[in-house]
Design a binder for this molecule. Structure first.
Ligand code: BGC
Length: 778
């Protein structure tokens, strides 16, 4: 099967909307009228087709011999049926594993040719992919840290640059739409998708989300090096009561408004073009069937006018997992009437048949279909797909380039968090003999995590062969002669991540022959439900490994490579230094080696509270009562929050001193802005980056306040001996909380601002409702 190359080449960049010369308003008008005109020519079946998204796997058939030499065998009869007969609007996913950019080009070119040439209205396919830490489903693309690592950089401009790089490489693969970023709050480490988000804090998540979205979308998504982002998973996905993926969440409206909604709200205000819905249920109602959430909250209150897409199989899940619909037809009615615009069906065409029947029977109003299709077509026009349906990899010389790799390394370097460094054991000397061991020491898979070349990330070592594991990077840095490697016995069989008995004798004798041990432990890769855990504590054999190493008396540098904070209390005690590399991506091995040997100074900070015990899984914005002794002070004197390391924590090889925290007044009105300044000085003997974090505390309020909340931050570089004054402008309105009536309220009273060890107090003199009560309840 050959694609008519000449036709595709003809499409390339011909007649891209001349948006650079036109004003935004003109473009909007032009797009709107093109949408209206096109819709006037469409039948119901064609409209419903646009609302249907299928996975590429649904068009495969191993028994049919028509293929493109792709990692998937396409059944061209099925492709024609879905694209030509049904006119589906969108295709997603990669099949079994990553394609090369040439294969993507051929594949998407083939889809577009069918959609444009063989259908009545010639509407291009909107191809979507999870390009979440680089274009992770394209061979040779630049892979950088997962979102949890990006959050640990506390560097939004770096995150924006990395997302821009992904947009470029995704378009180089012919794909204009990515299902990223995740804006769910990682407030419970038991949940397996913590690593896909920006940590536990709403403000940090919002800032990073804005940076990532802006890197993807730029000012104009018709630009052939930008893509449409898809913020996800709206809403309340990350907080299931059981800690397990896609299980029920119970989230009071106040908590929803105070914590979960703000990052989405910010991204919507910035211009989010699409949004994906939470697969789970909140307070007994599956979100895909919740009109209040999808229409009243999302479309009316938050004013979201982009495309609302389901998550995988989630209309059918209303029948099969949630039991709120008797059959797929009823499920389709519920979801579309609730506000869904496009169904990630993803395996068959039954959704389209159900929806057409429902409209004909008057169960779904035509106005709802038109509303959905308008949004889908608008996104396609905005992306320039009608004029340029296929971007060509040949026009993307920077794909996988050294320039991009250098940026990914910068990301990895800034994402690594130094958590313990007793007696300044780090940086190591390049002359020391080192033993490298543990299950995560010689493996690219674990550095990248899931969504890497495959969904579960199990083939990364094959795809990223030329990239350096931790072991290889250390060998490269200090020479093979200085590095002893013990596979850590049978790690390759994956035993170390499970509670299986592992023979460790060889390790003990190896440790006796070196000056220092680098023990690399943590997690294997997992994505979504596959990452559900029964125990947050590390596997017994990894605990045994560290214990055994400690009996040798050699200093231990513990490297933790994980997607969420696993309990490592005992191992931390036995180690001299601890470094959390999180999931740093393909450049992570080299970045870690640079940090271990002092060629780079660590600057990552935890984007979550690192728990010490499994029963202390509480984010840093806990309430005063959670950290107070018993009422009369006599019975329990232990503080109740026992974290291993606090949110925002991370060491450097230099030290920073804070002084002169100042605000401009002692009393503020509700509409005022506080001008804050603080001096930061590098008092160590090498240059380094520091994250200046500003927290506020509401001392007394009518709804119990958090002990503190992050309100501003700035990352800056200071040479040794250098000092700088950092300024923040903090609107009093940012201190508002969700009150008893679910309104956002500034309440008069006393507040405190804290930056590192500095703090100062002020008074707010008036009470003001900043956001009014809405007409729906959760
Ligand atoms: C995940 C989404 C993802 C989608 C498409 C789902 O299983 O929950 O985050 O975007 O698959 O791959």
């Amino acid at each position: 099967m050959n694609v008519t190359k000449s036709l595709i080449i003809g499409w390339l960049f011909t007649g891209l909307l001349s948006c650079h010369s036109a004003s935004q308003l003109d473009i909007r008008t032009e797009v709107d009228s093109r949408v209206v005109e096109l819709m006037s020519k469409m039948t119901l079946k064609e409209k419903v087709g646009q609302m249907t998204q299928l996975t590429i796997g649904s068009m495969s058939n191993k028994k049919v011999k028509r293929h493109f030499g792709l990692p998937i065998t396409l059944d061209t009869a099925k492709v024609r049926r879905y694209i030509v007969e049904y006119g589906i609007g969108s295709v997603l996913n990669t099949g079994r594993f990553a394609h090369t950019k040439e294969q993507w080009n051929e594949l998407i070119g083939y889809f577009q040719k069918l959609a444009l040439e063989d259908t009545k209205n010639g509407i291009p396919i909107l191809y979507g992919i999870d390009a979440i830490h680089g274009t992770n489903y394209t061979v040779g693309a630049t892979l950088y840290p997962q979102q949890v690592g990006l959050a640990a950089t506390w560097n939004p401009s770096l995150v924006e640059e990395l997302a821009e790089l992904t947009a470029y490489e995704t378009r180089a693969s012919g794909i204009p739409w990515t299902f990223s970023p995740v804006l769910d709050l990682g407030i419970d480490p038991r949940w397996p998708r913590i690593w896909e988000g920006f940590g536990e804090d709403p403000y940090l998540t919002a800032q990073m989300g804005l940076a990532m979205q802006s890197g993807f979308q730029g000012d104009d998504i018709s630009d052939s090096s930008r893509v449409a982002a898809c913020i996800k998973h709206f809403i309340g996905y990350s907080n299931p009561r059981s800690g397990k993926d896609r299980t029920p969440a119970w989230i009071p409206e106040r908590m929803m408004r105070e914590l979960f909604i703000p990052p989405f709200k910010e991204a919507i205000n910035q211009g989010a073009t699409s949004i994906m819905i939470n697969s789970g249920e909140v307070n007994g109602i599956p979100v895909h069937a919740n009109y209040d959430i999808l229409t009243k909250l999302l479309k009316k209150e938050l004013n979201f006018s982009g495309l609302v897409v389901t998550d995988w199989y989630d209309i059918y899940n209303l029948v099969e997992r949630h039991h709120v619909a008797v059959d797929r037809k009823e499920a389709t009615k519920m979801a579309i009437n609730a506000g869904i615009d496009m169904a990630m069906v993803p395996n068959d065409i039954e959704f389209a048949d159900c929806l057409t029947a429902l409209v004909n029977e008057g169960e779904v109003p035509m106005s709802r279909i038109d509303d959905a299709v308008r949004k889908i077509l608008k996104l396609k026009f905005d992306l320039g797909l009608f004029d340029s349906p296929l971007t060509d990899f040949k026009n993307y010389p920077d794909f996988g380039s050294d320039k991009h790799i250098a940026k990914a390394k910068e990301g990895a370097l800034e994402s690594i968090v130094l958590l313990k460094n007793d007696n300044d054991i780090l940086p190591l000397s390049k002359r020391q003999k080192v033993l490298v061991c543990g299950p995560n020491s010689d493996n690219m898979r674990v550095l990248n995590g899931g969504w890497s070349y495959t969904w579960q990330g199990q083939m990364t070592d094959q795809f990223a062969k030329e990239k350096l594991t931790i072991l290889e990077a250390i060998q490269g840095k200090v020479g093979h002669d200085n590095v002893l490697f013990e596979k850590g016995v049978a790690y390759s069989k994956g035993k170390y991540w499970k509670d299986e008995i592992v023979d460790m004798k060889a390790l003990e004798s190896a440790a006796m022959n070196v000056d220092v041990v680098v023990a690399c432990i943590g997690e294997n890769t997992y994505t979504e439900k596959q990452g559900d855990l029964d125990d947050l504590v590390l596997s017994v054999n990894q605990k045994e490994l560290v214990k055994l190493l400690s009996t040798t008396g050699k200093p231990i540098v513990l490297v933790i490579n994980e997607g969420r904070p696993r309990i490592i209390r005992d191992e931390v005690k036995l180690s001299d230094a601890v470094i959390d590399v999180l999931l740093p991506g393909n450049e992570g091995g080299e970045a870690l080696a640079d940090i271990l040997y002092g060629d780079a100074n660590p600057s990552g900070k935890l984007p979550f509270t690192y728990p010490s015990y499994t029963n202390d899984l509480i984010p840093y914005f806990y309430k005063y009562s959670e950290a107070s002794p018993h009422a009369d002070g006599s019975e329990y004197n232990d503080p109740f929050i026992k974290s291993q390391w606090p949110f925002g924590f991370g060491l450097s090889y230099t030290k920073f001193k804070y002084s002169n925290l100042k605000i401009d007044k002692e009393e503020y009105g509700a509409n005022d802005v506080i001008s804050v300044s603080v001096d930061v000085e590098n008092i160590g003997d090498r240059g380094g980056k520091e994250v200046v974090q500003l927290y506020s505390s509401d001392l007394v309020a009518s709804v119990t306040p958090s002990v503190k909340r992050l309100r501003k931050f700035e990352k800056l570089y200071l040479n040794e001996g250098e000092s700088k004054t950092v300024f923040f402008e903090l609107p009093i309105k940012d201190l508002a909380f969700v009150d008893r009536n679910y309104q956002k309220l500034i309440e008069k009273g006393d507040f405190k601002i804290t930056v590192a060890d500095q703090s100062t107090s002020f008074n707010v003199s008036e009470t003001l409702v900043v956001e009014k009560l809405q007409d729906w309840r959760l």
